[in-house]
Unconditional design. Structure first.
Length: 379
């Protein structure tokens, strides 16, 4: 794809991310691309044994172990353990497609969707014929819950922690939204793919949802946390009375995921619970500090997400168009993500922001951010 501004405006974020996959200074996609820790390298050394374990043990047992290890690691002790309560997918995007198709199959209608958020979510929902209503983050997080659940919608879809802003629904706010959804018979859907980075999102969402009485769906993702060469699973959890053909659509798309990946997820989750997750939090925080320290004195530049803990960082470029900055960076082999497409209902609101991935080696991140600084200062 040409890097010209018109084509970039038409591209989705994944298409832009794909341009960076072979670059040593790829700060575009939010996948984990940092070095493995010593403990994680020892797990990789176990791969031959894990492969044989995966071949010898029933898949149902491996799924239960992976679900329990991953979700308990983040405080989600009340996740559904009934048959079909958690469907395992190749990725969170596949889980999203299953949800979107299920909503369409069950009658379609309108979905209230958090704004901004990663654009593959609105793309998948629209691609299945669903109508979207934007719900601004401030409305979602503060004020009357009725305003966050518009009349006439069939589903409220929330990303928490959100990508790219990092904002997290508090337990009380989730309870309020869930109660409102129950009163209006609206499905509450959560994408928690960045949950692992932020302990503020480690309260038991499933207990809150269960107690609310609403119909709900939760998408989880193992792929953002560990640099496992994109070996990952997405999870699609749902309430027993959700009223959507999730299992049928799931069976239309896949039979099952690799048993080896399930075993790997269990081992990485065990390591995370034993201290690896806290190590990851410190690593991301240090990389965020690196970005802010390098750019802090650039005139007009600000960091709009002061409290973010997720593995991405937005920078507001002041009066500089992000696509111009992106083009100059690309000429030097550096890739970040323009933020226009995150604002899926009003792209112009993101035209002066970039998103920088933080799950990278500090040396590569430092080189990329110094290149950004040079471009911004026109050096």
């Amino acid at each position: 794809m040409s890097p010209s501004t018109p084509l970039l405006r038409e591209a989705n974020l994944t298409e832009i991310e794909s341009l960076a996959l072979s670059s040593e200074l790829n700060m575009a996609d939010g996948h984990a691309r940092q070095e493995l820790t010593e403990a994680q390298r020892s797990i990789v050394d176990e791969f031959p044994d894990l492969f044989h374990k995966a071949a010898a043990q029933p898949v149902d047992d491996l799924e239960r172990e992976a679900h329990r290890a991953f979700l308990h690691m983040m405080g989600q002790h009340t996740f559904p353990t009934r048959a079909g309560g958690v469907l395992t997918c190749y990725s969170s995007s596949v889980a999203m497609e299953i949800l979107a198709r299920s909503l369409a199959t069950a009658g379609g209608g309108s979905v209230a969707l958090v704004h901004p958020t990663f654009d593959n979510i609105p793309d998948l929902l629209r691609g299945n014929g669903l109508r979207l209503l934007p719900v601004e983050e401030d409305v979602l997080h503060h004020g009357p819950v009725a305003a966050a659940v518009p009349d006439g919608v069939r589903c409220l879809f929330v990303t928490t922690p959100n990508n790219p802003t990092g904002r997290v629904l508090t337990e009380d706010r989730l309870a309020g939204l869930a109660a409102e959804c129950a009163a209006k018979d609206v499905v509450l859907a959560l994408d928690t793919s960045f949950r692992g980075f932020d302990t503020r999102s480690h309260y038991d969402h499933y207990a809150v949802l269960r107690d609310s009485g609403c119909r709900w769906v939760v998408i989880e993702d193992t792929g953002k946390l560990w640099a496992t060469q994109d070996l990952k699973v997405g999870l699609l959890a749902s309430s027993e009375d959700v009223g959507l053909p999730l299992a049928k659509i799931h069976s239309d798309i896949l039979l099952g995921v690799s048993p080896f990946i399930l075993v790997m997820v269990t081992r990485f989750a065990e390591d995370a619970r034993a201290g690896g997750l806290a190590d990851l939090h410190r690593f991301i925080a240090a990389n965020r500090s690196l970005v802010r320290a390098t750019l802090h004195d650039v005139p007009g530049l600000t960091f709009p997400d002061d409290g973010a803990r997720v593995s991405v960082e937005r920078v507001d470029l002041g009066d500089r168009p992000c696509l111009d900055v992106w083009t100059r960076l690309r000429q030097g082999g550096v890739y970040m993500l323009p933020c226009s497409q995150f604002h899926w209902a009003e792209p112009a609101r993101g035209d002066r922001s970039l998103r920088i991935a933080l799950a990278r080696t500090p040396g590569a991140l430092d080189a990329a951010v110094r290149s950004l600084r040079a471009v911004l200062l026109d050096e």
